[in-house]
Design a protein around this ligand. Structure first.
Ligand code: FES
Length: 153
């Protein structure tokens, strides 16, 4: 049998038994830990819906083997902020009403939060380039860009 997988999720140490070798980080988060912030979109690393932070860096959980993040610190949307205590990027998305169906929002918010952690005054060009791999099929990109610019100092 595989040894238990140890990692930190949203600031808490987790030890999870019976994680199959083929399990993705996204599966682990959603199915084993009940964290449904990260979404399953394409499953191929191409849409960004599943974005989480691994040691503070935005990463696509659908293509990361769960066992590949042993010992690392994972942050999901649930760990970024909560209702009443939103992360500034989440608050800006609410202010800008930057959602239609909302399926891409997890990825947009997580990708933007990772960018602003590195570059709090990111330019519009930098924000556009950072979010260019996060797909929104409703075409809400203009409102999303507005939201992230509000959150950039
Ligand atoms: Fe992971 Fe699309 S679901 S990138």
């Amino acid at each position: 049998a595989e040894p238990p997988l140890h990692l930190q999720v949203n600031g808490r140490a987790c030890s999870i038994e019976g994680v199959p070798r083929a399990a993705t980080l996204l599966h682990l988060l959603r199915n084993d830990l009940g964290l449904n912030g990260p979404k399953y979109g394409c499953g191929l690393g191409q849409c960004g819906a599943c974005t989480v932070h691994v040691d503070g860096v935005a990463a696509r959980a659908c293509v990361i083997p769960a066992r590949g993040v042993a010992g690392r610190a994972i942050t999901t949307l649930e760990g970024l902020g909560t209702r009443g205590r939103w992360h500034p990027v989440q608050a800006a998305f609410e202010d800008a009403q930057a959602a239609q169906c909302g399926y891409c929002l997890n990825g947009m918010v997580m990708q933007a939060a990772a960018l602003l952690a590195r570059d709090p005054q990111a330019s519009e060009a930098r924000i556009r380039s950072e979010l260019s791999g996060n797909l929104c099929r409703c075409g809400t990109h203009i409102e999303i860009l507005d939201a992230v610019q509000r959150a950039a100092l």
